[in-house]
Design a protein around this ligand. Structure first.
Ligand code: CA
Ligand code: ZN
Length: 291
C-alpha cells in the first residue's frame, strides 16, 4: 500500500479528512514532500519568497483501524529513501546564529551515494531521518511545525530506519501523518534546517492496547529513548528525564531516588532540536541497564 504526497496536511488535527485506512500490522509506503512543499528548488529561491502557508507539510492522515484513545501506536520505521537533491536555507533571525546572519542564503545539496555534497571538499555522511511524524491531538489542532506530546516536528535524528517510534493514540484511528525528511542533520539543527528533502518512508504500524510507558518513545536495538518537547530546554529536559525515570522504576524495581542515581550514570540527555516552536530533548538509556 502506498500513500502519495498529494495528501498533505499542515496541522495535526482530529478534523483532517482521512487520506487512507490501514489495519494494525500493515506495512505502508508514504511519499513525503520536503519542509518547503518543494517550493525551494534553486539557490535563487530565498526564504522571503516562501509561501509560509506551505511549510512543514505532512502526508496523511492515516486512519489505523482499531486504534482507540488510550492505545499506543507502534511505528516501525523500515526504510527511508531520499531523493537526489536536498536544500538548506539560512536567514537573518533564523536559528541560534540568526543575529550574525546578514543575508538570506539557499543552498542546493546534491545527494551522491551515501554523501550529501555540501561543497567540493565537504561531503557529509547521510543520516536520513523523519523530521515531522505524529498523530492528531485530542483537542485543538497543532501546526505540523510544532513538536509536542502528539509527536510533530520533533526533528530527532533517532527517528530513522531500523528504529521504532511509539506515539499516543488520542482520537479514534490515531490519524498518523509524517513528512519533513532530512538527508542529514546534527543534534540541535542549530541553523534552522537540515538537508531538507523529499522521499519515501516504509513503515509498519501496530496498535498496542496495553503499552504502559509515556510517549513519544523511541526504541533501537540497544536503547530506549524518551522524547519531550516543551517551551524551554530546561522544561523538556526535566520532562524527558522523568519519562525515563518512570521506565527505570518499572523495569528495575529501584526506588525513585536510586533510579535518579542510575540516570545520573547511564541516562544520556541530548538535544534533538532547539530551533522549532518547542525545544525537543531526549534521554537515551542502554536497554542492558533496564533488565
Ligand atoms: Ca523540521
Ligand atoms: Zn526539516
Amino acid at each position: 500500500m502506498k500513500l502519495d504526497k498529494t495528501n498533505l496536511v499542515y496541522a495535526m488535527s482530529k478534523d483532517n479528512e482521512v487520506a487512507m485506512r490501514i489495519d494494525s500490522l500493515d506495512e505502508i509506503v508514504v511519499e513525503t514532500c520536503d519542509c518547503f512543499t518543494e517550493t525551494v528548488k534553486t539557490e535563487s529561491d530565498l526564504i522571503s519568497n516562501l509561501d509560509w502557508t506551505k511549510i512543514n507539510p505532512a502526508t496523511g492522515p492515516i486512519f489505523v483501524n482499531g486504534a482507540e484513545p488510550g492505545d499506543v501506536l507502534k511505528v516501525d520505521i523500515l526504510e527511508i529513501e531520499v531523493e537526489k537533491q536536498g536544500v538548506m536555507i539560512s536567514a537573518p533571525g533564523l536559528g541560534l546564529m540568526g543575529d550574525e546572519h546578514k543575508k538570506e542564503l539557499t543552498k542546493v545539496v546534491p545527494i551522491e551515494g551515501d554523501k550529501a555534497i555540501f561543497n567540493e571538499s565537504i561531503k557529509i555522511d547521510l543520516n536520513p531521518m523523519i523530521g515531522v511524524i505524529g498523530v492528531a491531538p485530542k483537542d485543538e489542532a497543532i501546526p505540523t511545525g510544532t513538536p509536542f506530546d502528539h509527536g510533530g516536528n520533533m526533528d530527532c535524528k533517532k527517528i530513522k530506519a531500523g528504529n521504532t517510534l511509539y506515539l499516543p493514540v488520542n482520537v479514534e484511528g490515531a490519524l498518523l501523518a509524517l513528512g519533513d525528511l532530512h538527508a542529514a542533520m546534527a543534534d540541535g539543527e542549530v541553523n534552522g534546517t537540515g538537508v531538507e528533502i523529499s522521499g519515501k518512508v516504509k513503515l509498519r504500524v501496530e496498535v498496542l492496547k496495553d503499552f504502559k510507558y509515556q510517549t513519544p518513545l523511541i526504541e533501537s536495538d540497544e536503547k530506549l529513548i524518551t522524547v519531550c518537547s516543551r517551551e524551554t530546554m530546561k522544561e523538556s529536559s526535566i520532562c524527558a528525564t522523568k519519562m525515563m525515570q518512570e521506565i527505570v522504576i518499572d523495569k528495575t524495581g529501584l526506588s525513585a531516588e536510586e533510579a535518579g542515581m542510575l540516570l545520573s550514570l547511564v541516562g544520556d540527555l541530548k538535544v534533538a532540536q532547539v530551533v522549532d516552536p518547542n525545544m525537543t530533548m531526549r534521554m537515551e538509556v542502554a536497554k542492558k541497564y533496564l533488565k
